[in-house]
Design a protein around this ligand. Structure first.
Ligand code: WTA
Length: 633
């Protein structure tokens, strides 16, 4: 359990100042007092954003799983580490203690080793939200293998791209998974992905749905018999502070997904410290984050942050709507959840279903509510506050990114209050900056600009796997010596931040980041399509939905069947999460003289705000705008 807690306003301000005035002293103290190190560091921080290079706790050696598990065993071995709630409410939940987890991780780690996995090898994990997902993540970390978890909603193509990008040697999957009333066959998705992946030597398959998928001899192995034969002891591999811990892919505005690389020591220190303070975790609390471990929120705040604090973390396999829209609240009641962390899109979907489903359950165990993934609208914030928190639970609107590894801007309960739609103040050590179009930092309050961070924090991603230049170009080139987030933000009269949304070509749909380029690439693969452009438009539940403008090679071909085919192609290339809600066939797309599609105009058409389209005289083909407007959906 983290010491040096932030319990009131004064402590927040004192610690914030300390961490800004002398970051190395501050973080060294947190690191020393709260974790087990095999060897201490020789240098706390070394950085230069112009390269960019960032290293924390250089020279130190450790293993993160010793910090997540081993050190809790002596006093808290019987405490529940992972509380698993299955998809079907009639099935029993499972309490995995720290003692159990220790054994299960070690067994799994020994299986990895027996299949030839060594320190530094990449292992792709493609699993539903079952305990094996958290356990395999930690088993990789136990032996220094780099885990690359791919959300199990991604298609075979998306999976093979990610497997090949970082040369995974192994894939860990299951026969399938349950999501609400649906049963999903994962093994066949892996099989088709692997047709394109020559580097994968073995596939470990967990049993969940008891199907009988074909197994490729010499490549595919049922997991359980291997675990049964493995020892419960596995020495933790000694890791250097800056050894990669994991790769996690995130969408970019261009083509290929970016494999963000997170390293060991800094990520450990920051994910643990933020978890403790933002959720004000106390030893008997039951903490629940509804994210999937396939996303960064699940990595940092289902697995690592909670376990580093010796917490009980609830893992839910299912969906909020099964067997009905009261499921989340029934789980809160059943397990007496103290902290509940979810996404605005879930809150909006649940709010729509009416209060009876909320009021049916006893939510009095709740102390703190959290939200993440996209800006939360005022209505959803109030609904959450009034009906879930009963006006007595602080709401932490946490702003952060896959790239940042941990929460960057958020209320800290008991220190200062949240305010609807505001992520409020930077976390300890975080130095945000707002920039104008000329690259000048905007000082003072009541201002708006592009959100950057001007000083390193321990859990920032260190590079993009295999492409450091892209890391530099994407995050460190827009503004000198600053990390650019891709988000816009405003700072109010009290210095509180409100995130206004992406300023690049990333659209957040139901909390998932989707780059426009990969979706357009998928559509353009259709033989009848000449070109396409995707924009976002506001959607009641998803936050944003996708609107596609598609030009066909032959305008005679347009049909509803073609729209379905286009969405099928997107599902195949990326996954169902990237499907378009609206598809409009166009005779051409508005372009600049240099041939760039003017998405600005399409965005306005999609939101039906066409009174002022701005200057379209510079367009190569201004005449198409009129037609697109006339036919807009
Ligand atoms: C958006 C999720 C407003 C933002 C942890 C960011 C938010 C992107 C918030 C990262 C929030 C996340 N308020 N916007 N509280 N949290 N975002 O990588 O645009 O999946 O850049 O990480 O989500 O999404 P990612």
């Amino acid at each position: 359990m983290i010491k040096y807690e932030i319990k009131n306003t004064k402590e927040y301000h004192n610690n914030y100042s300390k961490a800004i005035e002398n970051p190395e002293v501050f973080w060294a103290e947190i690191a020393k007092k709260n974790f087990t190190w095999i060897r201490p560091w020789s240098q706390v921080l070394d950085w230069d954003f112009s390269i960019p290079k960032v290293s924390w706790f250089e020279g130190a050696q450790l293993n993160i799983t010793e910090n997540c598990i081993d050190r809790h065993i002596e006093n808290n071995g019987h405490k529940t580490a992972i509380l698993f709630e299955p998809n079907n409410p009639k099935d029993p939940s499972e309490a995995i203690t720290y003692n159990d987890l220790y054994k299960r991780i070690n067994r799994f780690a020994n299986v990895l080793k027996s299949k030839g996995i060594q320190k530094g090898d990449r292992v792709c994990i493609y699993l539903p939200m079952i305990p094996e997902l958290a356990i395999s993540v930690l088993a990789c970390a136990r032996i220094g293998a780099i885990h690359s978890v791919v959300f199990a909603g991604f298609s075979a193509n998306a999976l093979s791209t990610r497997i090949n990008d970082c040369d995974c040697k192994m894939v860990i999957t299951s026969d399938g998974g349950y999501r609400g009333a649906k049963t999903i066959d994962l093994k066949s998705i892996v099989d088709s992905a692997l047709l394109d992946c020559t580097g994968v030597e073995s596939v470990l398959v967990a049993k969940r749905i008891h199907s009988d998928p074909p197994m490729v001899s010499g490549r595919d192995y049922w997991l359980q018999p291997l675990l049964d034969d493995a020892s419960i002891e596995c020495e933790a591999t000694v890791m250097d502070a800056e050894d990669p811990l994991f790769i996690l892919y995130t969408s970019g505005s261009t083509g290929k997904p970016k494999g963000m690389v997170h390293t060991t020591a800094g990520y450990m220190v920051y994910s643990a410290y933020t978890f403790k303070n933002i959720f004000q975790y106390e030893p008997n609390d039951i903490y629940w984050c509804t994210a999937d471990i396939g996303w960064i929120t699940g990595h940092s705040y289902i697995v690592y942050g909670p376990l580093l604090n010796g917490a009980t973390t609830l893992m839910f396999e299912g969906v909020p709507s099964y067997p009905d829209y009261g499921r989340f609240w029934s789980i809160v009641e059943k397990h007496k959840v103290s902290q509940f962390y979810t996404a605005p899109t879930a809150i909006r979907a649940l709010a729509k279903e009416g209060l009876e489903l909320v009021n049916r359950y006893d939510l009095s165990s709740l102390k703190i509510l959290g939200t993440v993934g996209e800006p939360i609208n005022e209505e959803a914030w109030h609904w959450y506050n009034d009906h879930v928190g009963k006006k007595k639970c602080p709401i932490v609107d946490t702003w952060w990114q896959t790239e940042t590894g941990g929460v960057m801007i958020s209320p800290i309960p008991n220190s200062f209050e949240g305010k609807p739609t505001f992520a409020t103040l930077p976390f300890i050590g975080v130095q945000p900056a707002l920039m104008d179009e000329n690259g000048i930092e905007i000082e003072g309050n009541s201002v708006e600009g592009r959100l950057c961070v001007k000083f390193p924090w321990p859990s920032m991603a260190r590079t993009i796997w295999g492409n450091h230049q892209r890391y530099k170009d994407t995050y460190f080139s827009a503004y000198d010596q600053k990390y650019f987030t891709g988000d816009g933000a405003l700072r109010d009269e009290n210095g509180h931040y409100r995130i206004t949304g992406r300023v690049d070509d990333v659209i957040i749909v139901s909390g998932h980041n989707l780059g426009t380029a990969p979706i357009e690439d998928a559509i353009n693969e259709h033989p009848m399509v000449a070109e396409s452009a995707i924009v976002g438009y506001p959607h009641d539940i998803k936050g944003s939905a996708l609107y596609g403008f598609v030009t066909l090679k032959n305008s005679q071909d347009l049909s509803d069947a073609l729209k379905i085919e286009i969405n099928q192609l997107i599902s195949k290339q990326i996954g169902p999460i990237a499907k378009l809600d609206k598809i409009q066939f166009t005779t051409g797309l508005p372009k600049t003289r240099s041939g760039k599609i003017m998405r600005r105009i399409l965005r306005k058409i999609a939101i039906k705000d066409t009174s002022n389209l701005g200057d379209i005289s510079t367009l190569l083909n201004p005449e198409v705008v009129e037609t697109i407007m006339k036919n807009s959906l």
